[in-house]
Design a protein around this ligand. Structure first.
Ligand code: MN
Length: 228
């Protein structure tokens, strides 16, 4: 099975509980649509856990991108790499000692999107043309993919047949609770992923205490929260 997450934001304990809940095993695949870092208490621990997993497709979100911009700025100013690492460690109060160069390099190597036969994964949104068709992602700049603020609007429904998975803003900001928001195509049943225009994954785990994920093969959503 393939389980898709987004915006885990250092909620390492919730993440582990959700893996247990779905009985995640070595034969399964995990996709993270970005923003594993910051806000929650254990973002470096979580990042290292994700990087160590087999069959994990990990994408960059704006929090990884902002970290990288800080890193690149430091590297332009000095060749004292020990000093650079010290400053990068200070970026993560309380857990900086966990940050090593291997983790920094892996964050830098994260892609900004993942495209499969019937779905696309991205952090914030995909570029659309005037008719709402998805433009080629290889031509998009990282800023578009990690900072987009319009794609979350319920009226924005991407044409082209592929379901777009995204996060970045919490679904609570649409006026509901911390639940994964699914946008079903007219007349579709919702039993396969291409039945959906888009699926908004961010349940705001760092503030709601609820983390969700979506299973591609069964189209089921799973959650863990404070009451579990
Ligand atoms: Mn974000």
């Amino acid at each position: 099975m393939t389980y898709i997450f987004s915006d885990i934001h250092g909620e390492d304990e919730l993440f582990c509980r959700l893996l247990e809940k779905v009985k995640f095993s070595e034969g399964d695949t995990l996709v993270s649509c970005g923003d594993m870092l910051e806000k929650g208490k254990h973002s470096v621990r979580l990042a290292k856990r994700l990087f160590a997993m087999k069959n994990a497709v990990l994408l960059a979100g704006n929090h990884e991108y902002d970290f990288l911009k800080y890193y690149w700025a430091l590297m332009r100013r000095t060749e004292d790499y020990a000093l650079v690492l010290e400053k990068l460690q200070a970026y993560f109060p309380g857990e900086g000692a966990l940050l090593d160069w291997d983790t920094v390099d892996r964050i830098e190597a994260l892609p900004y999107f993942y495209e499969a036969a019937d779905y696309i994964c991205v952090h914030a949104g995909v570029p659309l043309d005037r008719e709402g068709r998805i433009l080629p992602l290889r031509d998009a700049i990282p800023e578009q993919l990690v900072y987009d603020r319009t794609f979350r609007e319920p009226s924005v429904l991407p044409k082209g047949g592929k379901c777009v998975f995204f996060g970045h803003t919490t679904t609570m900001s649409l006026g509901g609770g911390p639940a994964i928001a699914r946008y079903l195509r007219e007349g579709a049943k919702g039993d396969r992923v291409s039945d959906f225009y888009k699926i908004h994954l961010d349940t705001g785990a760092w503030m709601s205490g609820v983390l969700g994920c979506f299973c591609i093969e069964t189209c089921q959503s799973f959650y863990v929260g404070p009451e579990d």
